[in-house]
Design a protein around this ligand. Structure first.
Ligand code: SAM
Length: 205
């Protein structure tokens, strides 16, 4: 996270209000995840898995590795898995997503939900994802990212200066993050009615 304030937020007050924040956006998340074409036995990586809001939307016959650096978010995620008996096919790892301990071309799918706007260096984290996903693998990004040329700078810059330090950036651009990587953007779906949050389906060439 490279930022004490952010690490502290994700280990203290954010986990408390996070479930309430996530509940209303659940249908948008589910719609985005539905773009993935799951096959039985697929290996799925979820960087910045947090307390596991993506996990219940995944089929039971895939093998999931969640990665996060917040002990508290991971702890809540592990507790939820145990409570709902959903822990057999999921491993939650304490790991920096900017430096993944997985071999190249390991995963069939990656799910990056509300992660690229939080991680300190989104380009570095995305490069790691591209490295560990197999050629032909799908990468789903569910996030409030802009496309190049979309940002209303006057509004977002001051808000971003405050929010990005302790929580999430509201001014990151998908095209800047994925630039130079062997990926294509295959499909985009709107989350909220104005399309601030979107689902982006990418495929690694
Ligand atoms: C806004 S939460 C999203 C959690 C979950 N993906 C969701 O959609 O509810 C962002 C998560 O990214 C994690 N995170 C931030 N930087 C990270 C890094 N370098 N490596 C792994 N996880 C990171 C935070 O701890 C936090 O749990």
């Amino acid at each position: 996270m490279k930022n004490v304030v952010k690490l502290l937020s994700f280990n203290t007050f954010i986990p408390v209000f996070y479930p309430a924040l996530m509940l209303p956006i659940r249908p948008w998340r589910t719609k985005a995840i539905k773009m993935l074409d799951f096959k039985s036995g697929d290996r799925v990586i979820v960087p910045g898995v947090g307390s596991g809001h993506d996990l219940s939307a995944l089929p039971k016959d895939v093998r999931v590795d969640g990665v996060d650096i917040s002990d508290v978010m991971l702890g809540i995620g592990k507790l939820k898995l145990k409570l709902f008996g959903n822990d057999k096919n999921v491993t939650l790892n304490k790991m920096d997503a900017e430096k993944l301990f997985f071999d190249d071309n390991t995963f069939d799918k990656a799910i990056l939900s509300l992660f690229l706007t939080v991680v300190f260096d989104p380009k570095k984290a995305f490069a790691e994802i591209v490295r560990v996903v197999k050629p032909g693998g799908q990468i789903l990004i569910f996030d409030h990212l802009f496309r190049k040329g979309d940002i209303p700078g006057i509004v977002t810059k001051p808000v971003d200066a405050v929010l990005s330090y302790g929580f999430a950036s509201v001014a990151r651009v998908l095209d800047d993050i994925i630039e130079g990587h062997p990926v294509t953007v295959e499909k985009i779906v709107k989350g909220d009615p104005v399309g601030f949050v979107k689902g982006f389906l990418l495929v690694k060439k």
